[in-house]
Design a protein around this ligand. Sequence first.
Ligand SMILES: NC(=O)c1ccc[n+]([C@@H]2O[C@H](COP(=O)([O-])OP(=O)(O)OC[C@H]3O[C@@H](n4cnc5c(N)ncnc54)[C@H](O)[C@@H]3O)[C@@H](O)[C@H]2O)c1
Length: 338
Amino acid sequence: MEIIVLGREDIKKILELDKVIEGVRKVYCLKSEGKTVVWPSLEYHFEEEKAVMDIRSGYVKDENLHGAKMLNNFPLNIELGIPSFCGMLLVFDSKTGVPLGVMDAAYITSMRTGAAAALGVKALARKDSKNLLIVGSGLQSIYMLAATLIAMPQIEKVRIADPFKYENAVKFAENAIERLTNEFKIENLDKIEFCAVKDLSEALNDTDAVITITRATSPIIKKEWVKPGTHFSCIGADMIGKEEIDPEIFRDARIFADDIVQCISFGEMEIPYKMGIITRESIAGELGEVLSGKIEGRKTDDEITIFDATGLALLDLVTGKVAIDLAKEKGLGTIVEI
Ligand SMILES: NC(=O)c1ccc[n+]([C@@H]2O[C@H](COP(=O)([O-])OP(=O)(O)OC[C@H]3O[C@@H](n4cnc5c(N)ncnc54)[C@H](O)[C@@H]3O)[C@@H](O)[C@H]2O)c1
């Protein structure tokens, strides 16, 4: 039996962010129609290495795809000069169980996560939104920014904050145009202002949409800083105990999940749910239901909207299958007999 093996560099040559956004939109809609299955996820913390691995898996019925992704985050690798964020994605044909491909999962994860954050902003932020705030200036942040600028071409000002190291936000803002142009082929960026911010309370006075993408385990945004009408795409909290925004922000907000079970178990909703600030009934629904027109997203210009995205293997599987098909077309990757 032959399968294709794809490395990170192969995948980088093939995947285009606008197509990934469209693929993720389609999977969210399929999920809202009951055409997907999300299997329970698993995580393990390596004490000595201060590291964590997680396994996510699922089944996309219409695409005849199922599979699993194992991601490792070993932050101490930086000192060894090797990547801290590594993983593998396995894609199978669901009609036969035959494996279709094995590939690097880190780049696909970043691309589909950016797409998820951006779809949350596009579907739930006010249509006249112009000011975007990205909280976190780590590895994933550029993907959040790139996808949001593709999905929301009306954005005029992007602020970047780093709760740990302001200098990293400054560096991120300085390099943003070059990276967006070279890595994502985004044009017409000269009309957008990119700047680093130190004071989140001040920045939130004038922010329409916020994407949180940090490793925080306690809130970095307080409720009293948030003005009516703000949208949040909360992406960083993808495991038990992670938390980026004040649980009180959830109290009167219109809230959406990528997957309700995952979000209340280990997403940004975990803590407000455990505290009793929200119940299952307070969750308006899943983003796919908004994207497929089943439920209303934002109802008024004044309400606060929150999209909690914990990450679904479904997104990786569909993106991985696109990469497999394009690689075969372009003669990239390595065919291996197994
Ligand atoms: N939801 C998803 O689908 C998904 C996908 C990929 C990554 N993630 C999560 O996104 C987060 C960011 O990932 P990354 O690869 O960019 O990480 P990274 O380590 O490259 O960057 C992390 C950012 O968070 C800040 N930070 C670190 N610890 C913090 C703390 N205790 N409090 C406040 N800020 C802190 C850092 O200064 C930096 O700006 C992680 O929690 C990761 O697990 C979620």
